[in-house]
Design a protein around this ligand. Structure first.
Ligand code: AMP
Ligand code: MG
Length: 288
């Protein structure tokens, strides 16, 4: 068994992802063994989602970040499958459109935030703006910031923007959970090869992933920096060992279910007057 704190970055220590296991499974031996627990977690999430929706106070934002082929889509498909689609929205953020590039970088994410009572899942997020944008130096080239606005501290500045943005969201009733799916470079290679070798997976292959793979070390460093700078109790990061897809799904479903349960949500209670009216309405219907 495991506890969500097992996957939090340890405060005070510099985060070094090369020292964090990618294939830890917390004593679980197989997919089959994990599956029952995943299903149980999905039921727990669905139960709380129903109350979340009825109560209409909290919004839940789940951010999923990872290197290519780490299993983001699979987590979303398997872990969120039991949720009520009316109360859930998934946004996958791709290369920004011309319209999106005409705005500040947080604009498109802000627009996609979940409403109260809902669970919003971000498949990639504003963290890309301190990851891929940093690796490829896109602030001036693609995002078109005026050169005099870009100084050496732009990444520090953005990480501060993000910290403040998340604190602001939290202060407005948003529960935020952030997951980094941690795969090894070797495992990524195997998964990319599978996309080439297995006909049903060919469609997933993107030659761009091979280019990004060349920047592995840089991505890792920037992830370390981003996670360290933005790992807060109001917006925690969980570093999830993801070489075994089933374990990543188990850990994420468990953490989400635990966090949602800890909110101790309850169905809205009616006042005395409203309760009295219910019996009036009941009588009306029965006499109908
Ligand atoms: P995927 O999630 O594999 O479908 O790919 C989406 C692609 O969009 C990835 O290659 C990301 O690097 C890219 N992307 C996402 N957000 C941004 C961004 N803010 N700027 C540039 N590229 C991005
Ligand atoms: Mg991809």
């Amino acid at each position: 068994m495991f506890d969500e704190t097992d996957f939090r970055a340890k405060p005070g220590n510099k985060l070094n992802l090369t020292k964090v296991s990618t294939d830890y499974t917390a004593g679980y031996g197989s997919k089959e063994e994990a599956q029952q627990r995943i299903e149980k977690n999905i039921e727990r999430m669905a139960r709380i989602q129903d109350i979340l929706y009825a109560q209409d106070k909290y919004a839940v934002l789940i951010i999923i970040q990872a290197m290519d082929a780490a299993g983001k889509d699979g987590v979303i498909k398997h872990v969120m499958s039991g949720l009520n689609p009316q109360g859930t929205m998934v946004h996958s953020f791709k290369v920004p459109s011309p319209e999106e590039l005409d705005h500040d970088y947080l604009w498109r994410y802000n627009k996609a935030l979940p409403e109260r009572g809902r669970i919003g899942i971000f498949n990639r997020s504003y963290y890309e703006d301190v990851l891929v944008v940093r690796v490829h130096n896109l602030v001036e080239k693609q995002q078109r910031l005026p050169a005099e606005f870009i100084n050496g501290d732009i990444w520090k500045q953005r990480l501060e923007d993000i910290r403040n943005f998340e604190r602001y969201l939290h202060g407005n009733g948003m529960v935020i959970m952030k997951f980094y799916l941690h795969v090894s470079k070797q495992e990524q290679k195997q998964r990319l090869l599978a996309r080439l070798d297995e006909p049903d997976k060919n469609w997933k292959f993107n030659s761009g992933d091979l280019q990004e793979r060349q920047h592995w070390e840089q991505y890792r460093e920037y992830y370390e920096e981003a996670i360290e700078a933005t790992d807060k109790d109001y917006a925690p990061w969980y570093i999830i060992p993801a070489d075994k897809k089933w374990f990543a799904r188990l850990a994420i479903s468990e953490i989400i279910a635990d966090n949602l349960e800890s909110l101790k949500l309850e169905y809205p209670q009616l006042g005395e007057e409203q309760l009295k009216m219910l019996s009036v309405y009941r009588d009306q219907l029965l006499d109908d």
